[in-house]
Design a protein around this ligand. Structure first.
Ligand code: ADP
Ligand code: MG
Length: 235
């Protein structure tokens, strides 16, 4: 089976003008297989978000190879890339990115509007996913009527509605208290174990990374360590 993510000598160079350049990624070789649960760590500025944006087809590398589920992304049209983004990838952000004055149910339904799922199915599927993440009772609540942890659960439900193979989460617990953080990580663990969804998440916190099966550390645009860790039962 093709890896979900394969990169070879992936580079992202920013021209800063005046001859200055930053190698946000200085040649990254990585393979992430289906079913993995990976935490990406590293200091601020080490290239984590740049890597996530390229993997999520939100940005393009300056050079190098990126294959998603076996297809060389550089050969795809903008429509084909948008299709992968909408059908194969789920995104979770630190700041939840829910629409305000919009209910949990409507927020969870949004990606299905873009992917053309009929309205009747949208309600059913969104409710199903809200139930999986444990916030179906909040279906009619707007974001400002929910705690941070509840909002992040809705955002995770939203990431699930098109049945992605890979969830990309950039510091998903960065704005949460310890208890909500733990609950969100238990939820990712459940989605990885029970539904086989591949998870790639960025975190600064060792406690959060401890939930992953593999930890990749970036520094100055390079991978400086890549190790498997024992599965831990959350304390
Ligand atoms: P991290 O997520 O690990 O904090 P980033 O991927 O955001 O790191 O950034 C990696 C490096 O690339 C940093 O030096 C950052 O300043 C630089 N960088 C990121 N985005 C841009 C941009 N749009 N223009 C110029 N430099 C950028
Ligand atoms: Mg970042």
């Amino acid at each position: 089976m093709e890896p979900v993510v394969y990169t070879k000598d992936l580079q992202k160079i920013y021209d800063l003008g005046g001859g200055g350049r930053v190698a946000a990624l200085g040649g990254v070789d990585l393979k992430i297989n289906s079913g993995e649960f990976v935490a990406v760590m590293g200091p601020s500025g080490s290239g984590k978000s740049t890597f996530m944006h390229i993997v999520g087809l939100l940005d393009e590398p300056t050079s190098g190879i990126y294959r998603f589920e076996g297809s060389d992304v550089s050969t795809l049209s903008a429509d084909e890339r948008a299709d992968i983004r909408s059908r194969r990838l789920g995104f979770v952000f630190q700041s939840y990115n829910l629409l305000s004055r919009t209910t949990a149910l409507e927020n969870a339904e949004l990606p299905m509007i873009y992917s053309g799922v009929p309205e009747a199915d949208r309600h059913r599927i969104a409710l199903e996913k809200l139930a999986i993440v444990g916030v179906d009772s909040l279906r009619d609540h707007a974001p400002n009527q929910m705690s941070g942890g509840q909002q992040q659960r809705v955002a995770i439900a939203r990431s699930l509605v098109n049945n992605p193979g890979l969830i990309l989460a950039d510091e998903p617990t960065g704005a949460l208290d310890t208890k909500s953080s733990k609950e969100v990580m238990e939820l990712f663990t459940h989605l990885n174990k029970e539904q086989g969804i591949t998870i790639l998440l960025v975190t600064h916190e060792p406690d959060v990374a401890a939930y992953a099966k593999r930890v990749i550390t970036f520094r100055d645009g390079h991978v400086i360590s890549d190790r498997l860790q024992d599965e831990k039962v959350a304390a």
